[in-house]
Design a protein around this ligand. Structure first.
Ligand code: COA
Length: 226
């Protein structure tokens, strides 16, 4: 079973990383694959309540790969951990099949409570470089979390979420219409400036005929007095 999982991880890298040349190279030289291999053994020991050995394996893996997967985390098949450096996956996290995880990703908790405190990713989820998914909630199948996003809430299937805190911007690849914002943006400011200029010009035009009339009147008054 473990060997089959390892083979599926190797195949996943070969299929989804355009830089991968062949399976042997992937098996020997990809630290994401190495981290998953170590993890499959560590998880076996964890499941058999041999926590010390499990933890020792995962710490050794972390030393060599810079990828920290807690031995308790449940990892599906065909996972690609690309580049990998700085990835942290917590004890109660679950990662579905065919997920892609880039460097700097954290699947973490938000408190000190015991029990389920890390996220559950569905199948075919992509988590961009540096993204953080924090808390115990579900991320649906085929979701994409943008690079550097911080996701704090669950996502339905097929959603793309970006930003801090992450918000959905696409569903099934179709952009979600943006809400009108009350905030004054630079665009609003420029429009207001132009409008003020227009009004100033109109006022100026109105003021000029008035002042001309005033001078005419005062001249006529002066003449009549003479
Ligand atoms: C999330 C992602 C998949 C979006 O790709 P996409 O479906 O083509 O979406 P778009 O480029 O049309 O972006 C949709 C909106 O999200 C915004 N957006 C995209 N990525 C973003 C990010 N990382 N952070 C903040 N906003 C982001 C876009 O600016 C756009 O906003 P707008 O509608 O206001 O212009 C992609 O930007 C991403 O982050 N991929 C991760 C890649 C990665 O980590 N690679 C590491 C390689 S080593």
């Amino acid at each position: 079973m473990i060997l089959k999982d390892i083979w599926l991880d190797v195949k996943a890298v070969k299929q989804r990383d355009p830089a991968a040349r062949n399976e042997l190279e992937v098996l020997l030289l990809y630290q994401g694959v190495h981290a998953l291999i170590w993890h499959r053994f560590a998880h076996w020991f964890y499941e058999h309540k041999l926590f010390f050995i499990a933890r020792m394996i995962s710490q050794t893996a972390r030393f060599f790969t810079l990828i920290e997967i807690h031995p308790g985390a449940k990892m599906g098949h065909g996972i690609l951990i690309d580049h990998g450096c700085g990835v942290v996956i917590g004890e109660t996290a679950v990662v579905g099949d065919n997920c892609t995880i880039y460097q700097g990703v954290t699947l973490g908790g938000v408190g000190l409570n015991k029990g389920k405190r890390h996220p559950t990713l569905g199948n075919n989820v992509t988590v961009g470089a540096g993204a953080k998914i924090l808390g115990s909630f579900e991320v649906g199948d085929n979701c994409t979390i943008a690079a550097n996003a911080v996701l704090l809430k669950p996502l339905e299937n097929n959603v793309t979420a970006v930003g801090i805190p992450a918000r959905p911007v696409k569903i099934d690849g179709v952009p979600i219409p943006k809400k009108e914002s009350n905030m004054v943006t630079m665009e609003h400011y420029c429009m207001m400036e132009e409008r003020v200029k227009e009004l100033e010009e109109k006022l100026h035009k109105l003021e000029n005929p008035l002042s001309e009339k005033e001078t005419q009147n005062s001249e006529e008054e002066e003449k009549s007095q003479d």
